[in-house]
Design a protein around this ligand. Structure first.
Ligand code: ADP
Length: 356
C-alpha cells in the first residue's frame, strides 16, 4: 500500500486546453479519496496522470516516496478500473483476471490462489468460466475489480466504474466497494461526477471545477461548510437555495427578504440555505421572507415545496406528514441563523463567514 501525492500538477493538452490547473492533493496510505465535479472539470485527466496514461505538463506526482512523472504505467504499481470494464471478450472471467499476472510471469499456483481469493471476496466464484458476453453489467464490473485486486497494487484507481449500471445496481455496488475498501485497507482514488457516490464512498472528497480544486475534506464537512458558492450548489440535492443581495451593518437584504448577517462584511453578498434548513411558517424573530408556493412534490418520505422568492425559486424540504401548503399560497420562509451561509457576490464566490 502507498500514499499518493500530487504537487502543483498541470495538464495542457496539445490543442492548448489547460485541463488541470495547479492541483495539489495528498492521499494517505489506505485512504479512499473521491475526485468529484461536473463533466469536463479535469477529474479523469488527473487520474490518468496518476496512472501514467497521460503525460504531466508540469508539477510532480509521487506514489509513496517515488516520483513517477517519467515512470511507465506498468511500472507504477497501480491498478485501474474503467467505466467500460475493458475486459477481453474472448477470455473467460478467470483468464481476464489472471491475464496481468501471467504477463508478469507470476507462478501458476500463485495466480490460482489470488484469483480464487478475489473471486470469493467478490462473490463471483460461480462465474469464473463464463466470458464477458455471458455476464451482466454488474458481474462484468466485479470481474474488472477482481482483475485489479489480484494484482495487489499499491494504489487502486477507479474511473467512473459504476456509470454503466442501472440505479439499483449502482447502489449495491457502491456499498460493495466501500466494504471492499475497508477489508483491503487499500489506497484508492475514485473518480465520479455523481455526488451521492462521492458523499457515501469517500473518506475525503476533492471537488474540482474547471481544472481547479475547489475544496478538499470529509464529505459531511464539505456539505456543512462549503468553501464557495460553486461547492454549495454542487454538493446537495436539491441544491442549496441562493439569494443575491447586500449586507449592511450586519443585516442582509434582498427585496423584501432580510436576515441577520453578523460578522459578514458590508457589500454585495449571496445568502444560501439548504432545503432541509428552510422552515415554512413564521418562527418568531427568524422570518427570512414571504414567498409564494409554486409547486409541491410529495416524495413519500418527505415533501419538497417549491416557492417563488423574488426572481429565484427556493425549495423547502419538509416532513411528509407535515402537511404542505396549497399552491399559490403566500408563506413565510424562515431559517435558523446558524444554518445560513454567505458567499461573496464575485465569480469565485468564496465563503464569507460567519467566522467561527
Ligand atoms: P472529467 O473527467 O472531469 O469529465 P476530463 O479530465 O475528461 O474531465 O476532461 C477535462 C477537459 O479536458 C475537458 O474539457 C475535455 O474536453 C478535455 N480533454 C480531455 N481529453 C483530452 C484530449 N486527449 N485532448 C484534448 N482535450 C482533452
Amino acid at each position: 500500500m502507498s500514499s499518493v501525492t500530487l504537487h502543483n500538477v498541470n495538464k495542457v493538452y496539445a490543442d492548448g486546453l489547460h485541463a488541470v490547473r495547479g492541483v495539489s492533493i495528498e492521499v494517505a496510505d489506505g485512504e479512499l479519496v473521491v475526485l468529484v465535479g461536473p463533466s469536463g472539470c479535469g477529474k479523469s485527466t488527473t487520474l490518468r496522470m496518476i496512472a501514467g496514461l497521460e503525460e504531466i505538463t508540469s508539477g510532480e506526482v509521487r506514489i509513496g516516496e517515488r516520483v513517477v512523472n517519467g515512470v511507465a504505467p506498468g511500472k507504477r504499481d497501480i491498478a485501474m478500473v474503467f467505466q467500460n470494464y475493458a475486459l477481453y471478450p474472448h477470455m473467460t472471467a478467470r483468464k481476464n483476471m489472471a491475464f496481468g499476472l501471467r504477463m508478469r510471469r507470476t507462478p501458476k499456483r500463485e495466480i490460482e490462489r489470488r484469483v480464487g481469493e478475489a473471486a470469493a471476496l467478490l462473490g463471483i466464484e460461480e462465474l469464473l468460466d463464463r466470458r464477458p458476453g455471458q455476464l451482466s453489467g454488474g458481474q462484468r464490473q466485479r470481474v474488472a475489480v477482481g482483475r485489479a485486486i489480484v494484482r495487489e497494487p499499491a494504489v487502486f484507481l477507479f474511473d467512473e466504474p459504476l456509470s454503466n449500471l442501472d440505479a439499483k445496481l449502482r447502489g449495491d455496488m457502491r456499498t460493495e466497494l466501500a466494504a471492499l475498501h475497508r477489508r483491503l485497507g487499500a489506497t484508492m482514488i475514485y473518480v465520479t461526477h455523481d455526488q451521492v457516490e462521492a458523499m457515501t464512498l469517500g473518506d475525503r472528497l476533492v471537488l474540482m471545477n474547471e481544472g481547479v480544486v475547489q475544496q478538499v475534506g470529509p464529505p459531511l464537512e464539505v456539505y456543512r461548510r462549503p468553501a464557495n458558492r460553486f461547492v454549495a450548489s454542487f454538493i446537495g440535492n436539491p441544491a442549496m437555495n441562493l439569494l443575491e443581495g447586500r449586507v449592511e451593518a450586519g443585516l442582509f437584504t434582498a427585496g423584501q427578504a432580510r436576515c441577520p448577517a453578523p460578522r459578514v462584511p458590508d457589500g454585495p453578498a449571496v445568502l444560501g440555505v439548504r432545503p432541509e434548513d428552510v422552515t415554512i411558517g413564521a418562527v418568531e424573530g427568524e422570518r427570512l421572507a414571504t414567498a409564494r408556493v409554486a409547486a409541491v412534490e410529495p416524495l413519500g418520505h418527505e415533501t419538497l415545496v417549491h416557492c417563488r422568492l423574488g426572481d429565484s425559486e427556493w425549495i423547502a424540504r419538509i416532513d411528509a406528514g407535515a402537511g404542505a401548503p396549497p399552491i399559490g399560497e403566500a408563506v413565510a420562509l424562515s431559517a435558523d441563523g446558524d444554518r445560513v451561509h454567505y458567499f461573496a457576490a464575485t465569480a469565485s464566490g468564496e465563503r464569507l463567514g460567519p467566522v467561527d
